[in-house]
Design a protein around this ligand. Structure first.
Ligand code: ZN
Length: 245
């Protein structure tokens, strides 16, 4: 198992993590704390049909900041958090995540959980905030590996956004996506590598992925209904990681 370096001399400047309190963004937040001297977070209220993600954010953020992987504090300092009201956008882009309708595959082949342009909007707003905060890197949990085929999660989309943001702000903005080529099992493995069993336990208990907003029963992979596409993906990834470990 690789020991993650917390040597401060190797730390880069400042990063803004797009933090939704899901498994992926929680892993990204810990990842950023091993690489950047200053780490801030941003979250978006786009009228999600359940509020659990947003309500889990402060607790999960605080617990991750307080972890001492390998008995030492993170190399980076946890800075401010911002939650941006994007309910106007959410109302425009309404889908199964934001409206009360069944989650099923749409005729386009995209899940009805697809919110058109979501990551494009999030990255644009995050870049504006990062600009004001003097942060030059955005960190997001976008992943094109075993995800649902959302076109705004693809590496090509993110690369193009990085270029558009840098041009439009006239400042180099890097968009880092540490999970882009990882399966869900590999994302669990990364959490273990970065923050040990303590980080895995935090993510299991306090992160939230379930589309249905269910937190009634704690499964070994975390809370959730166990049957929506997000729960299925998370449970499958956890099982694959455990059987490979
Ligand atoms: Zn679920």
């Amino acid at each position: 198992m690789t020991k993650t370096s917390t040597h401060k001399g190797a730390m880069r400047g400042g990063a803004l993590v797009l933090f939704s309190a899901g498994q992926d963004s929680a892993t990204c937040l810990a990842w950023a704390l091993t690489r950047f001297a200053r780490v801030e977070t941003i979250g978006f209220d786009y009228g999600q049909r359940h509020r659990i993600e947003l309500s889990q954010r402060p607790l999960l953020r605080e617990r991750i900041a307080g972890l001492r992987p390998n008995g030492e504090p993170w190399g980076g300092e946890m800075g401010a958090d911002a939650v941006v009201d994007l309910r106007g956008y959410g109302a425009l882009a309404e889908s199964a995540l934001t409206a009360d309708r069944a989650i099923e595959m749409a005729e386009s082949g995209l899940p009805t959980t697809f919110v058109p342009g979501r990551n494009l909007v999030f990255l644009s707003v995050a870049a504006a905030h990062a600009y004001r905060r003097g942060l030059d890197t955005l960190v997001g949990g976008m992943c094109e590996t075993d995800y649902s085929g959302y076109p705004d999660c693809r590496a090509a989309t993110i690369d193009a956004m990085q270029r558009a943001l840098s041009l439009g702000l006239d400042r180099e903005i890097a968009v880092e996506t540490p999970l882009m080529r990882r399966s869900k099992a590999e994302t669990w493995a990364l959490a273990r590598e970065i923050g040990g069993d303590a980080l895995v336990a935090l993510i299991q208990e306090h992160s939230h992925t379930c589309y249905e907003g269910v937190r009634a029963e704690l499964h070994e992979w975390g809370y959730g209904c166990g049957s929506c596409p997000a729960c299925e993906l998370r449970a499958k990834g956890y099982a694959a990681w455990r059987s490979a470990a």
